[in-house]
Design a protein around this ligand. Structure first.
Ligand SMILES: [Zn+2]
Length: 379
């Protein structure tokens, strides 16, 4: 008997064409790659200590690699490295999800130190794009804050060059979003507010860069910040799409709405609080919100309520390292907890695609791919 709704298996879900518009490069590293780089730097140089078992498994694998008679050890090396990477990711994710302070500390102490040279930036971006392709992505907007990658002596342009190099080689359309950070306008914290430099940089690297964002601690520096707005408007006038991390941890205010309208900001990063997002595109990241403690469980996340109320919902991962999810994982949960099916996945993908900064020809080509798979008559 033919059922009206057939369950989509994990394998089928992975193959479905999809795209996302909210993903942070520095929250999406491959843990195995991280261990490779930390091994070169010395595990003992990490401010937060690595778990012993991670170090031991990884070192054992490297000893086998360098052994004179390494023939036949391939499988064991693979097993040890995979085990170390899995343990490392679980440990990092548990540490980061304890509090926002821990989350930031994990990024600062374990991620950023290995993202300070051109080779690493290129390799990390390339790997992220490869993983996205395996996850079924047919388009991706990837964001990062270039100013966090100049501690090893790279200039902002050298940072961009390394990341753009990987984007140029991408098999799928990828656009970059440059993030300025909420604390950068705080004179007590920053000697220099780089927002103007970042807008200049983003404009200089168009069309590889398609958007401009405001990220970091919303609770400490809440709302649509007034020092950010004029520069964001300059970015928009130059042709960049604006997006802002907002209403992830804090409720919307009347001032936020007024400022968003004035500046013509039509994309909200997260936007999972309140009910007054209007017709703005919401870059919803359900598992990420659960990991950071905004919601007790996926089943209690408002994504489905927003979607059914007709809000312009898109589904994103925010990152894959600390969330231990990918877009396939998010879709499987949406199916499991809210009964989403092909039609729903099609809708959120079309919304995401329309909100991207790709040119019209690219959008039309990608739209045709979505139509072909999701709207095809099924036997
Ligand atoms: Zn984010």
């Amino acid at each position: 008997m033919k059922r009206k709704f057939s369950r989509i298996s994990a394998r089928q879900m992975r193959k479905l064409p999809k795209g996302q518009i909210h993903e942070h490069l520095d929250c999406s590293l491959d843990p195995r790659y991280m261990l490779t780089r930390w091994y070169e730097r010395g595990f003992e140089n990490a401010t937060i200590r690595f778990p012993k078992s991670v170090v031991l498994n990884w070192q054992a694998a490297q000893e086998l690699r360098s052994a004179r008679n390494r023939k036949g050890n391939g499988e064991l090396i693979e097993k040890l490295e995979k085990r170390a990477a899995r343990t490392y990711q679980n440990w990092l994710a548990r540490f980061a999800s304890k509090s926002l302070a821990n989350y930031v500390q994990a990024v600062v102490d374990h991620v950023l130190p290995i993202m300070q040279d051109s080779i690493a930036l290129y390799e990390i971006t390339r790997k992220r794009i490869q993983d996205a392709v395996e996850d079924g992505h047919i388009f991706l907007e990837l964001r990062f804050a270039p100013q966090l990658h100049t501690m090893g002596g790279l200039t902002l342009d050298q940072v961009m060059d390394a990341v753009v190099e990987a984007v140029k080689e991408s098999p799928i359309p990828v656009k970059l979003i440059v993030c300025s950070l909420r604390h950068e306008g705080d004179k007590a914290v920053m000697k220099h507010n780089p927002v103007a430099d970042l807008v200049d940089l983003a404009i200089r690297y168009m069309p590889y860069v398609g958007g401009f964002d405001l990220a970091a601690d919303e609770h400490k520096y809440p709302g649509v910040l007034d020092w950010w707005l004029p520069e964001a408007e300059r970015a928009r006038k130059a042709g960049l799409k604006l997006t802002i991390h907002l209403w992830e941890t804090d409720e919307p205010t009347a001032t936020d709405l007024e400022r968003l309208n004035e500046a013509g900001i039509c994309r909200i990063g997260h936007g999972d609080r309140g009910d007054c997002q209007g017709d703005r595109v919401l870059e919803v990241c359900p598992t990420s919100n659960v990991v950071t403690g905004q919601y007790p469980s996926f089943a209690e996340h408002p994504v489905d309520r927003f979607y059914r109320a007709g809000k312009r919902v898109t589904v994103n991962t925010d990152g894959t390292l600390f969330t231990r999810t990918d877009l396939t994982g998010e879709y499987l949960r949406l199916q499991k907890y809210f009964g989403w099916g092909l039609r729903d996945f099609y809708t959120v993908n079309v919304t995401a695609l329309e909100a991207t900064s790709f040119d019209e020809a690219t959008k039309a080509r990608l739209r045709a791919k979505l139509d072909e798979v999701y709207l095809a008559p099924r036997a």
